[in-house]
Design a protein. Structure first.
Length: 313
């Protein structure tokens, strides 16, 4: 009789370990219970749609980073409370174009039909050394009806230039904010100094400060070499420059790479200088750069300023 009772108890124990309270099997590793597949989605209690992968392979530039959105997947996960949440995970490469190690801090929102998904804790935004690139992951909790073909990544707040990356061609147009090189050739010549312009760039961010330019504007950087025929070391300053825009208004320098210029009677060259101005986001037109240096660069001819005209298409 005793042996029969022990056998009966063991059978009951095995039966209990093999089933959960609702009759579904128990995963010994996670304690999660399985059941009949349902509709899934945020707040769902049944199974969820099958996992899926997608490719993007699009680039954007923002706040001193060049970021490549590579690919992603959708998947589901059960919470401790038994809810089934649907997730989107997106792989990306983060290239740091600025001078300091940092991470990409602007918000990257996943938006479908004007509604932003909830950021998930699975995201991995790397710290990236200057001039290098690292892999990272974006992660979101999405609605049950999430559709890659109508979803976009929107980067940054709406008071600055925003990048937009559609997750599929059907989801809209790419706004990459890719910097544009411009062809500029010409010079400003005065008795004691020459400025020779050799290149330019238009971009929506400022890599040196990992910042983004305000919406509706772009940064126009003009690069040049200087030749000083003034003996000693003398400065050219940001306030020496002004840019007259196509509409006739003038703007001052908002950023620069300038230094003290060594000089001699035969001339000493200083390369790799630049000044940056804010221009319209559609900058086509004719421009005039005015240069009015300090009195130390005014020669015996008493010429106090000179100009350089150029056009953007």
């Amino acid at each position: 009789m005793g042996n029969s009772l022990r056998l009966f108890a063991l059978l009951i124990a095995f039966a209990f370990l093999g089933c959960s309270g609702d009759g579904s099997s128990v995963d010994a590793g996670t304690g999660a219970t399985g059941g009949t597949a349902g509709t899934g989605g945020i707040g769902g209690t049944g199974g969820a749609p099958a996992q899926g992968t997608f490719s993007v392979n699009q680039d954007f530039w923002h706040s001193g980073f060049h970021i490549t959105i590579l690919d992603g997947e959708t998947f589901t996960r059960e919470t401790l409370g038994g809810r089934i949440n649907r997730y989107v995970s997106i792989n990306a490469t983060f290239e740091n174009l600025g001078p300091n190690e940092t991470f990409f801090s602007p918000e990257i929102s996943l938006v479908q039909d004007g509604i932003a998904a909830i950021p998930a804790g699975d995201a991995d935004i790397p710290f990236v050394p200057s001039g290098l690139a690292s892999s990272g992951v974006l992660a979101y909790i999405v609605e049950e009806n999430f559709d890659v073909d109508s979803a976009q990544l929107i980067v940054g707040s709406n008071d600055v230039n925003q990048a937009i990356v559609p997750l599929s061609p059907q989801a809209g147009d790419l706004v990459s904010l890719k910097p544009a090189d411009i062809l500029i050739s010409g010079s400003i010549s005065m008795e004691l100094i020459d400025l020779t312009f050799n290149s330019g760039e238009i971009r929506a961010d400022v890599p040196d400060s990992h910042s983004q330019i305000e919406a509706g504007s772009r940064g126009l950087t003009l690069s040049f070499d200087a030749t000083s025929r003034k003996s000693g070391n003398w400065n050219i300053l940001p306030q020496d420059f002004a840019l007259i825009l196509p509409g006739g208004s003038a703007v001052g320098v908002v950023g620069s790479e300038l230094t003290s210029l060594p000089g001699s009677d035969v001339g000493v060259d200083t390369p790799d200088l630049s000044v940056r101005f804010l221009v319209d986001e559609m900058p086509a037109g004719d421009y005039t750069l005015r240069f009015a240096p300090g009195a130390w660069f005014v020669g015996e001819d008493n010429v106090t300023e000179a100009t350089f005209d150029f056009s953007l298409e």
